[in-house]
Design a protein around this ligand. Sequence first.
Ligand code: AMP
Length: 219
Amino acid sequence: MVLSLVFLGPPGAGKGTIAQRVCEKKNIPQISTGDILRDAAKKDDEFGRSVKEIMEKGQYVDDETMAKIVKNRLGEPDTANGFILDGYPRTVKQAELLESILEELGKKLSAILLIQASEETVVSRLSGRRQCKNCNRIYHVKNIPPKEEGKCDECGGEVFQRDDDKPDAIKERLRIYSEKTAPLVGFYKEKGLIKEIDANGEIEENMQNVEAVLSKLEQ
Ligand code: AMP
């Protein structure tokens, strides 16, 4: 069965961590627009520099640029059996553009998983989050520490703290989420696509909540 999902929810709710695990299990690609942009921001060219500046402030890259990135990525052959879009769409305009992209590519969304966690949980997850510079695996200093400090369990890469996981950027990202991304919940509710996931617990518990929803979708 083709499983084509969008993960929606505030930064720090656990979208990336859960997406990485579901993708490994189901053997489908995780398409994290944040990871794609972080890779672009490593390059010292005009696009890389402008993306870096936008991300450091916690703001959004423009909708047209994001549509080009996502269309290219969804056009890759590894999306044939499904995918998880993690962090895209993030505005109603992006959701509209995604509809035309999917139509052009002959694809259809199975569901939108709304990954929910309280503001307190989200802030504590973001401030303790670490990520592998090489393979993008997500860790947390307390909840999911790497076996060896500063070193990725999967690939041995350097585990670092994102610039936008620092207090000022966290505040701005949560503000922009409420203003620009939260309205997407209504957009997808109207289409009957939203499945709510309680992600306030430990990772194993959250994964069980996700599995329960996915097994119904797969019936
Ligand atoms: P994330 O890793 O999903 O938290 O994304 C990190 C940053 O990348 C965001 O704060 C934005 O600056 C940028 N970004 C990621 N996805 C999008 C998107 N769909 N639209 C606009 N900007 C994005």
